[in-house]
Design a protein around this ligand. Structure first.
Ligand SMILES: Nc1ncnc2c1ncn2[C@@H]1O[C@H](COP(=O)(O)OP(=O)(O)OP(=O)(O)O)[C@@H](O)[C@H]1O
Length: 253
């Protein structure tokens, strides 16, 4: 009997993506077991966002297959299994929407077409605001938050979704130490609660402490495994042009 225990939370098989002439992903395989944090590491342009968009079904691969907990992305999204925190939001920051309203958007999938919040929706929003340290800012306009606070607001929106699988694109980029430690603590708690997280980051120094698995991407998968297996000088050199996590990534043409 298949108990579902061996079904990967995220499975990408032989996936290739072109944007016109640009090869963005080249036969990428990825397999994240449930309940783990997997770091997705690569330079600018290495295909991290494209891989997220492919998992979400926003980009159609030339070939290859994506499964989220054994389902297609359409079925997974319909079942509310998948939440996404993009790198930056294409929003009009002057638009008069409160932080609480942004987080409530994470509940839309639970509310049906009338989008009238019920007590359970309000509770989920309050909890997500609390967990991201935004309770005191809940009634502030989103455009009046700092960059790090905005990041936390979009993370809160994903939390309110209560999805099993979370995709986080550069959650630490441009955030201060306070926001960074709030986010790290939160990601660890989510893992303890059995969620699966795929987290892209340039910050290699964080990977050993945060991630159970890591994938080095340079259009194709350079390496995947535990952080120890992946953060090896020759592999980092191949993917980033650096020898150690402490040296940090540098731009490679
Ligand atoms: N809409 C698009 N049209 C054409 N080329 C694109 C498009 N989106 C991405 N690309 C190209 O595909 C490649 C992968 O881009 P992608 O955004 O996935 O990289 P990334 O690893 O997320 O980079 P970054 O760290 O800078 O966000 C790059 O060469 C990029 O220029």
């Amino acid at each position: 009997m298949n108990t579902g225990q061996d079904t990967a939370a995220i499975e990408v098989t032989g996936t290739t993506v072109h944007y016109g002439e640009v090869l963005a992903l080249d036969h990428v395989d990825l397999d994240v077991p449930p309940g783990l944090i997997c770091g997705l590491l690569g330079t600018n342009g290495s295909g991290k966002s494209t891989l997220f968009k492919t998992v979400l079904g926003l980009v159609r691969p030339d070939h290859g297959r994506v499964r989220i907990m054994g389902r297609t992305h359409t079925a997974a999204r319909r079942a509310g299994l998948l939440a996404y925190v993009p790198q930056s939001e294409q929003v009009d920051w002057a638009f008069p929407v409160r932080v609480r309203d942004v987080v409530m958007m994470g509940r839309y999938g639970h509310m049906g077409t009338r989008r009238r919040p019920r007590p359970t929706d309000r509770e989920a929003v309050d909890q997500a605001l609390h967990r991201t340290g935004l309770t005191d800012l809940a009634d502030r306009q989103i455009g009046a938050l700092s960059g790090g606070q905005r990041k936390r607001a979009f993370l809160a929106r994903a939390l309110a979704q209560q999805a099993q699988v979370l995709l986080l694109d550069e959650p630490f980029a441009g955030v201060d130490k306070h926001s960074e430690s709030t986010i790290i603590e939160l990601l660890r708690t989510l893992r303890e609660q059995g969620h699966t997280l795929l987290v892209s980051t340039h910050d290699l120094a964080q990977v050993p402490a945060l991630c159970d698995r890591a994938v080095l991407l340079q259009r194709r998968v350079v390496a995947r495994g535990t952080p120890d297996q992946v953060l090896r000088p020759e592999l980092l050199m191949e993917a980033f042009g650096v020898h150690t996590p402490e040296e940090g990534p540098v731009w490679m043409p």
